[in-house]
Structures are given as C-alpha cells and as structure tokens.
Design a protein around this ligand. Structure first.
Ligand code: MSP
Length: 695
C-alpha cells in the first residue's frame, strides 16, 4: 500500500485577487505533491478560498455586493490562476496521477463538518466552549484580536496591528462563545517538543514555543454582530443564544483541511470518511509566517479538544516583497500576478508555458523556504539567463543536437566497460548524487537546495559534452563505440534532468518528453533510483528542440524592466529611510550669556483649538505656573489633533516677545522638532511641575 501524502495551501481570502505571495504558497505545495507522487506516494493536494467573516462582509459592502456575490466572483479567479500555473482540478487524477481539490468555505460539505467539529468538542469537552463577554482590539485584516502589548504604534502614535500596520478597531462588549485555549498550552508544547517535524523550519518551531511560554488566553470563537458565517449549533446549555452566533472565521477556515476529506462526524450508519482515515495523519499544511499562530496553536488545540489526531507538519514560509516593498493593496507596483509575469517571461520561447516554469523556478530557487524573499527584477533576469537559458536551455539544445546529428534517430548504446571510466563515471556519480540530494532536500521541504542539487547534474552534463567532444569522436570510425556510449549517456542525463526538474518545472518536463520522444505520461513518470543512471531509459526517439528559454538580451531586458519597474520611482525617487535628508548645518556659535538670555520652561497644555482660516496653527492655553494662563499659537496643526495635546508637558520659550498671529497674540513659543510630516514636540520625560526652568 502506498504511503499517503496530503498537502494543503492556506485558503485565500476573497477580498483580494491572487498575487505573487499567494502563488508562492500554492507553488510550494504543488511542487511537493508532484514530487511525492513521483516517489510513489499517494499524493493529494488541497487549496481553496476562505469566504466568511467580517473582512469579506466589509469588502462586499465596499463594492455594493452581497458577500455571496463577491465570493462567487472572486473564488473562480483563484482557481483559474492555479490552473494557469499548471494545476488541473477537474481531471487531476488522469493528468497528474493524484487528486486535487479546491474547497470553498461556503460549500455545504464544509459547513457540515465545521458544525460537526463544534459539536464533537461539546461532546468530548463541554467546558472548552463556554459563554462569556469580551471586548478588545480587533484587526479585520487578520481576523484576530490583539492585546495592548501585541499592538505596535505608527508614526501618528495610533495603535496598529503588528502584521498589517493598520489601525485596529475596538470591539465593544459582546457575548460570545470562548474556546478554552489556555488549557492546551502545556499539551501543545509537549507535542512540539516530542515531534521535531511538527513545525518546520526550526526558527518557526522556536517562535511557537516562545509564544506558548508566554501563556495562552482563551479565544473568542463566535460573533453575534454579523451573520455572514457558519451558524453555531444550538446549545442545550444556553437555549437563549440559539440562532444568534456565527462561528469565528478561523474556526471555520481551519476546518477546511478536514472537511475536504469527507465528514468524520457523520452519524453511525452513514458512510464514514475513508479519506480522513487515510490521509489525515500525513497532512502537511504549507502556510505563510503571518498565519503561524492560527495553524500551530489554535488549530491543534481545537483538534486535541475534539479528540482528533494532529497534522503531521506545519511548513511555514517567509514573505515575499517586490523590489524591497511589502506586497500591499495600497502599492499597485507590488500587486504582481504570477501569471502576468510568466507571460512576460515566456516572450520568445517556443513553449509559452515555460514562462510559468521560469516564475516557479525563481520563487523556489531564489530563497530558502522559511526566509523572506524579495523579487528584484534584475535578479530575476540574471537567474533566468544563467540557470535557465544558459545551463538548462543549452544542455537541452546541445544534447538533442548531438543525438539527432550522430544518433541516427536513436540514443546510441551503453558500453558498460566505458561507463566506469573517466568523464563517463564522473557524470554518473554526479547524477546519482543529484538524485539522492534533491530527494533528501524535497523530503526535508528545502526546494531551493533540491534545485541546487539538480543543477549540479545539469552543469556537469554540459561539462561532459565539452570533455567528450562527440563531434570529434564522430570523425573517427574507430571511436564509434565511444560515440555511441556518449550519446547514450547524454540521453540518460537528459532523461534524469527531465525527471528531476518535473516537480518545479512541469512544462519543461512535458516539452522534453516531446523532444525525447518519450511515450511516458506525466502521471507515470517516477523519481529515478540512484543506481540506475544509464540503465533506466524508456524507449526514446529524439528530435531537435526549439528554443525553450531564449536568452533575455540587453534590449529585451530593458523592455521588460521598463514594463515591470514602477514608473513613479523612476521618475521621482523617494528618499529612502536608509538615506534621510541631511540635517541643516549647525548655526554660528553663541556664548553662554547668549544662551542664558533664553528662559525655557515646562508648560502644561490645558486647552487646544484650531485657529480659524489658518491650516497650520493651533491656539494653546498653557500653564507656566505663573498664576495666569498664557495663550500660545503654534504651527503644529497638521501634525496634531487638538485633543492629542491636552495634558501634555511641553517646552516653552517663555520670554519671547509677544507676537500677533492671525488676530491672536501669542505669548511664547512651543519647542518642536521636524516639519509637518514628522513633527515631535519637545517635552520632559518626568512629571515636572508647570513653570520648572529648563537649563
Ligand atoms: N484566509 C487566511 C488563511 C486561512 S487558512 C485556514 C489567509 N488568507 S490570505 O489570502 O490572506 O493569505 C493566504 C496565504 O498567502 C498566507 O499563507 C500568506 O502568508 C500568503 N501570502 C500573502 N502575501 C504573501 C507574501 N507577500 N509573501 C508570501 N506569502 C504571502 O491568511
């Protein structure tokens, strides 16, 4: 019986359309599924869309649509994007040889299992779901609550979510069901300690252990303030709550990984869920680091509470930026579609689908899985030219040229004695190592390492052509047996290259099948066994290839960069944070007596209001401990709301001659640093009484 291997992507929120970040997660999962299938495992791939919750309600409202209409519009775009990237859903078994599923959380098969999970928790551990009230900071982007200490401050001193860096909203007291997450911290930590493969790579395992050490708070898992979600099943303990709650969107969404396998909670007598039994324990959840906590803490805690086995692995990757900028809705230049990029790269290729392969290759090769990546367009072109056009493209082209020219329609003949000598033996050794190293790397979820290993074979095969010079051998009839062996070895190298690149470069593998005349369907291709180099060739009938990855020359590179690079940056470079505007030169020296003429005092701001018709001015009432209050006009209105100044201790030049500004007499000056964009008030860090002298 083959081993099951079940790999999932996160399900994507339908308030966005697919971009490069989503494509990355999906391609990683796809490559793993293809690899495991080739190794003879019973692979299964799942992706889909996350369609409930407040975020979707808000996105639909903005567009004047119902949530259902929005999800019906956007979900197919994700499905189509993955089809464009080489994945089949309808005829997956026939094409890829393994099952692929696309699940939507609005489907009945999903809703039923989510409610089943809730009920199972109630049966097994009723104390884990209890009714209470909550209030707190909520980030709609994350669909998650945050405590004060988890929030960050932005430049305007607002509390913002640490992931989206956007202001959070306060959710006023609401009755909801809570999940007793706090009861599971120790069990989760013990599981992680005992299963080194549970969270990978290592850095994320440590992150989760650190998070658990900080203690877990119970989690609000239902909402009553909107209805776009899966209804919480009626609860005999709280009949008054019936029909009021929908489930927290993460409880709903995470369950997709189970619901796509069938209904494990189906009543006795109904057909069980054989796919759950078969695949569940082998599951690998591929996720981005922003959603680690949900997968490595909440999800396993729900499963433990329901008495279900935990997933095998949570495989966490970093974030991609585009040209150094975080992918963000507000920066159009970062909204890169993998499919569009692939179309651009396909350019002059005779096999347009290889543009997809180029994107897949770059994403998986450029950055070790787990680290953050940056799509630098110049590096994309460089890597394309070096690895794909030069190394791989040349190997394919040159080998097929040799085979066609000197092979008389065949692939030569292997000479067992020659195979053990010189360059022939060397190539066989490198090939065996590539098969072993790439397999180990992919088994260990390190696609960039796997590709490095495969490229050692590709480069060595190019070296082999140069070393054996088939064109010289062809001139000497006495060397015919050696030529035959060289041709056979080249065919073997190409065949293994075709097999080893297939998980990441499926279109290239298909093109090679065509040129090699290999009558092997994708679903039947298997990962080679290390010791079979040169002895495992299927029947082949090589033909001359057409250019697969034509080199991107300077002219085309300029055209592509012009298309890809954001225009606004080329036209007017933004000052980068690394290179701030230099401060103004220091003014001429003054004597101590000059300084002593300044009377600086601590002031306490009692009132603040805008000055009519003066955009920049605020009128402040300031206490300097004089028994009367001063009026001071300050040019800080663009940086501060009046209310934000109330109660602040500020530094005041107290002996400045009064001055009339917009009809108001200002009796002093407030010290501040910076300009309108970044303005900081001069202040004191202890609670000095008003009027204290500043020296
Ligand atoms: N709906 C949730 C997941 C629920 S899974 C039960 C969600 N959706 S998402 O659409 O916002 O993101 C899905 C995945 O895309 C996440 O793994 C996220 O990390 C990934 N990416 C989104 N932007 C990304 C980058 N810029 N780089 C890499 N991956 C990124 O979260």
């Amino acid at each position: 019986m083959t081993r099951p291997f079940y790999v999932t992507t996160p399900i994507y929120y339908v308030n966005d359309v697919p971009h490069l970040g989503h494509a990355y997660t999906t391609i990683v999962a796809d490559a793993l599924a293809r690899f495991h299938h080739m190794c003879g495992d019973d692979a299964r791939f799942l992706t889909g869309t996350d369609e409930h919750g407040q975020k979707i309600v808000e996105a639909a409202e903005k567009r004047g649509l119902t949530p259902q209409a929005l999800t019906d519009q956007v979900a197919p775009r994700f499905r189509e994007a993955w089809i464009d990237l080489g994945m089949r859903f309808d005829d997956a078994e026939a094409t890829h040889g393994f099952a692929r599923d696309f699940i939507r959380t609005t489907e009945a098969r999903h809703k039923r299992v989510v409610q089943g999970l809730w009920k199972r928790i109630l049966e097994k551990n009723p104390q884990d779901l209890y009714l209470a009230t909550y209030e707190g900071w909520y980030c709609v982007g994350c669909e998650a609550f945050y405590t004060d200490s988890q929030l960050k401050k932005n430049a305007a001193d607002e509390s913002v979510c640490p992931v989206h860096e956007r202001p959070v909203s306060w959710v006023a007291k609401e009755t909801s069901y809570f999940f007793k997450l706090s009861a599971y911290g120790d069990a989760l930590a013990a599981h992680i300690e005992r299963h080194p493969h549970f969270i990978q790579p290592e850095q994320y395992r440590n992150e989760v252990l650190g998070f658990l050490r900080g203690g877990l708070r119970d989690l609000s898992v239902s909402r009553t303030s909107f209805t776009w979600g899966i209804p919480v099943p009626d609860d005999a303990r709280h009949p008054g709550e019936a029909g009021k709650h929908v489930m927290y969107v993460w409880f709903d969404a995470l369950t997709n990984y189970l619901s796509a396998l069938g209904d494990p909670f189906a009543p006795a007598g109904e057909a069980g869920a054989p796919d759950v039994t078969r695949y569940w324990k082998s599951v690998v959840h591929v996720i981005g680091k922003d959603i680690l906590r949900f997968h490595a803490v909440y999800w396993p805690a729900f499963l433990l509470s329901a008495g279900l086995p935990l997933p095998r692995t949570i495989l966490c990757h970093g974030w991609w930026a585009i040209g150094g900028r975080k992918i963000s809705k507000s920066i159009p230049a970062t909204r890169v579609s993998a499919v569009t990029l692939a179309g651009d790269l396909a350019g002059a290729s005779s096999v347009p689908a290889t543009g997809i392969d180029a994107v897949r290759y770059f994403l998986l090769r450029e950055t070790p899985l787990g680290n953050d990546g940056d799509l630098i367009y110049e590096s994309l072109i460089e890597r394309y030219n070096a690895d794909l056009a030069n190394d791989l493209g040349n190997l394919i082209n040159r080998s097929l040229t040799m085979l066609v020219k000197y092979g008389a329609g065949g692939v030569g003949t292997r000479d067992a004695a020659l195979a053990g000598t010189g360059a022939h033996a060397n190539l066989a050794r490198v090939a065996a190592e590539a098969v072993r190293d790439a397999r180990m790397a992919l088994d260990g979820f390190q696609p960039s390492r796997a590709l490095e290993a495969v490229w050692r074979l590709v480069r060595e095969a190019n070296t082999y052509i140069a070393a054996t010079e088939p064109w010289s051998l062809a001139k000497d009839p006495a060397k015919q047996p050696e030529l035959e062996h060289v041709l056979h070895t080249l065919a073997a190298a190409l065949w293994w290259t075709r097999l080893l690149v297939a998980p990441v470069l499926p279109a290239t593998a298909a093109a090679l099948d065509g040129w090699l005349g290999a009558n092997v369907a994708e679903r039947d291709a298997r990962w080679p066994s290390e010791d079979a180099f040169g002895t495992d060739l299927p029947a082949l009938a090589p033909r001359q290839s057409t250019p697969l990855f034509p080199r991107i020359d300077d002219k085309r590179s300029a055209v592509l960069l012009d298309k890809w690079l954001p225009k606004e940056v080329v036209a007017a470079p933004e000052p980068s944070p690394a290179a701030p505007t230099p401060p103004a030169p220091i003014a001429a020296t003054i004597t101590y007596d000059d300084f002593a003429k300044l009377d600086l005092r601590v002031g306490h701001v009692l009132a603040a209001e805008a000055v009519p018709k003066a955009k920049k001015l605020l009128k402040l009432t300031v206490d300097l401990g004089e028994g009367r209050h001063r009026t001071i006009v300050a040019g800080i209105a663009e940086a501060f709301q009046p209310a934000a100044l109330l109660g602040r201790r500020v530094l005041v030049v107290a002996n400045l001659a009064p001055r009339e500004m917009r009809g108001v007499t200002s009796e002093g000056m407030i010290l501040a640093a910076g300009d309108d964009a970044i303005l900081a008030l001069g202040t004191v860090d202890a609670d000095a009484p008003p009027g204290t002298r500043v020296k």
